[in-house]
Design a protein around this ligand. Structure first.
Ligand code: ADP
Ligand code: MG
Length: 284
């Protein structure tokens, strides 16, 4: 190494291991070290979250495979948002374990460290930079990626420009690329925010009710978008809209939460035919 790079938090963290700090390659530091050799990206085991004795999660166990699109459904109060909060480090479990791959203990990391490790979360309300264009929003999201060396005043590399172009096509905002984000429809803002998360190349993407407040046409397009992401990313989608879940679940696994634990798991057809599910959720 000829010259020492400036000392940053990132350098401090990568220097903790036994070898030399990860070399920057094409603006990126070494991979985030998530061990998915057993095929799963997320393991929740017997997770309980008590709020003053009330168990929002009660012995919740759940595995999500690499490249899987997992839909989580369940009545209000089932614990869906609390589960997302545990995965992202916003809430600590009272007991139980939460691992990202086999090796990253989510219960020991700060929220920012979990994001840097590769878990992206989309909250229900869109949070885009309204005064900036669609293009600038995607560019800012890419530069906010802590794994990219700060490149202030530098031009985008060809690779970075290509990544923005690909994302624009995916979220179907090519025609709106120079529009201010504040002028987009609600659905377009939601897609832009999904695009911003994708720019950070998350290994696992969590979406909380992505189609809430969307028109039918926007809901349909969102289903198409998520179907495109299937297999390319690992996704956990929490959703109330059953038609939408049916469209994105395909033959994949759907998990039904109830009173803080898994009530049923199977294909959409299987869980819809499950008498317990009908009783607590679909029959309401
Ligand atoms: P869902 O997202 O499935 O509707 P939540 O995870 O938001 O469910 O909530 C699960 C249960 O835990 C609800 O009964 C809710 O009122 C309760 N709860 C959630 N967060 C807290 C908190 N911070 N303090 C007390 N109770 C909470
Ligand atoms: Mg919720």
């Amino acid at each position: 190494m000829s010259a020492m790079p400036p000392f940053t938090d990132l350098d401090a963290r990568s220097a903790v291991g036994d070898g030399p700090a990860g070399e920057a390659t094409a603006g990126r530091v070494a991979p985030r070290g998530v061990d998915t050799t057993h095929g799963a990206i997320l393991y929740l085991d017997d997770v309980t979250v008590s709020f003053d004795g009330f168990k929002a999660l009660n012995g919740l166990s759940l595995d999500v495979g690499v490249g899987e699109l997992r839909c989580i459904i369940g009545p209000n109060g089932a614990g869906k948002t609390t589960m997302m909060d545990v995965i992202t480090g916003k809430t600590r479990p009272t007991s139980g374990t939460a691992f990202f791959g086999q090796n990253i203990d989510l219960t020991r990391l700060a929220e920012s460290e979990i994001a840097a490790a590769g878990i992206g979360r989309k909250f229900q309300r869109p949070t885009v930079f309204e005064a900036h264009t669609v293009f600038e929003n995607l560019e800012l999201a890419m530069k906010a990626d802590k794994r990219v060396r700060p490149t202030l005043f530098s031009r985008l590399t060809g690779e970075q420009a290509d990544a923005i172009g690909e994302t624009l096509a995916l979220i179907r905002l090519e025609d709106a690329v120079w529009r201010e984000a504040g002028l987009l429809s609600h659905g377009q803002k939601q897609w832009l925010e999904i695009g911003m998360l994708l720019m950070q190349q998350p290994l696992l993407l969590l979406l909380d009710e992505p189609v809430a407040g969307m028109t039918d046409a926007e809901t349909e397009r969102t289903a198409e978008l998520l179907n495109t992401l299937r297999g390319r990313h690992s996704l956990v989608v929490v959703e109330h809209d059953m038609d939408f879940v049916t469209r994105i679940a395909g033959g994949g696994k759907v998990t039904v939460l109830h009173e803080g634990s898994v009530l049923a798991e199977g294909t959409m057809a299987q869980v819809q035919a499950d008498a317990r599910v009908i009783e607590v959720y679909l029959g309401r």
